[in-house]
Unconditional design. Structure first.
Lengths: 111, 112
C-alpha cells in the first residue's frame, strides 16, 4: 500500500534562516506531487506541483522553492524565511486517478 | 484552474442531526471531490463524483452534483462527534491536469 511521509512534524525557525521540508512517498511510481500551505487553519494554497523528476511548476511567486531530486521525493526550501512563511505545510501525491493523498503535515513557526 | 467555494463557512449541529454543506464553482468540470480535515492533520479524500453523475453515496455520506447550477452538496446523515472537522470541495476543471484548487472549507462542529 502507498504511504506518504513528511518531516519534520513541527519546526520553529528564526526569521532569515533557511528551510528544508521533505516529503517522500512509498508504494507507487511516478506520482504527481504537490506542496500546499494552509494559514490560519483554513484554506489551502497550492504552492508547487511536479509531474516528474526535475519538473516543478510554481503556482504562487514567493519566498519558497521546490525540488524533486528523486521520483518519490519532494523538497520545499527557502534561503531566508519570512514571518509570513509560518503555516501548516502539506505534501500530497496523486496517481492515475484525480484523488490526492495527503501527508500528516509540517507545522512551521517563524519567529 | 477551477476553485470551489464552500458554504456555510461554519456549521454547528447536535449529534444525530444531518449536516449539509454546499460547494459552488464557475466553469465546466470533469469531476468534483470532497475532502475532510481533522484539526492539525492532513486532508482525507471522502468521495469523487463525476460530471455525468448526479448523486453518489458512501456510508453516511451523500453527495449530489448539479452541473446546470454548478453546485454540489455533501450531506452527512446521523452526525457523530467524530465528524467534527473541516470539509473541502475540489472541482476539477477541464484542462486542469492533476491540480486541485481548494477553497476555504466548511468548519463543522458536532456537539455531543
Amino acid at each position: 500500500s502507498q504511504t506518504i511521509h513528511q518531516w519534520p512534524a513541527t519546526l520553529v525557525q528564526p526569521v532569515g534562516s533557511p528551510l528544508s521540508l521533505e516529503c517522500t512517498v512509498e508504494g507507487t511510481s511516478n506520482p504527481n506531487l504537490y506542496w500546499y500551505r494552509q494559514a490560519a487553519g483554513r484554506g489551502l494554497q497550492l504552492l508547487f506541483y511536479s509531474v516528474g523528476i526535475g519538473q516543478i511548476s510554481s503556482e504562487v511567486p514567493q519566498n519558497l522553492s521546490a525540488s524533486r531530486p528523486q521520483d518519490r521525493q519532494f523538497i520545499l526550501s527557502s534561503k531566508k524565511l519570512l514571518l509570513s512563511d509560518s503555516g501548516f505545510y502539506l505534501c500530497a501525491w496523486s496517481g492515475s486517478t484525480d484523488t490526492q493523498y495527503f501527508g500528516p503535515g509540517t507545522r512551521l513557526t517563524v519567529l | 484552474s477551477q476553485q470551489g467555494e464552500e458554504d456555510p463557512q461554519a456549521l454547528s449541529i447536535q449529534e444525530g442531526e444531518n449536516a449539509t454543506m454546499n460547494c459552488s464553482y464557475k466553469t465546466s468540470i470533469n469531476n468534483l471531490q470532497w475532502y475532510r480535515q481533522n484539526s492539525g492533520r492532513g486532508l482525507v479524500h471522502l468521495i469523487l463524483i463525476r460530471s455525468n453523475e448526479r448523486e453518489k453515496h458512501s456510508g453516511r455520506l451523500r453527495v449530489t452534483l448539479d452541473t446546470s447550477k454548478k453546485s454540489s452538496s455533501l450531506l452527512i446523515t446521523a452526525s457523530r462527534a467524530a465528524d467534527t472537522a473541516s470539509y473541502f470541495c475540489a472541482p476539477r476543471g477541464e484542462n486542469q491536469g492533476g491540480k486541485l484548487i481548494f477553497g476555504q472549507g466548511t468548519e463543522l462542529s458536532v456537539k455531543p
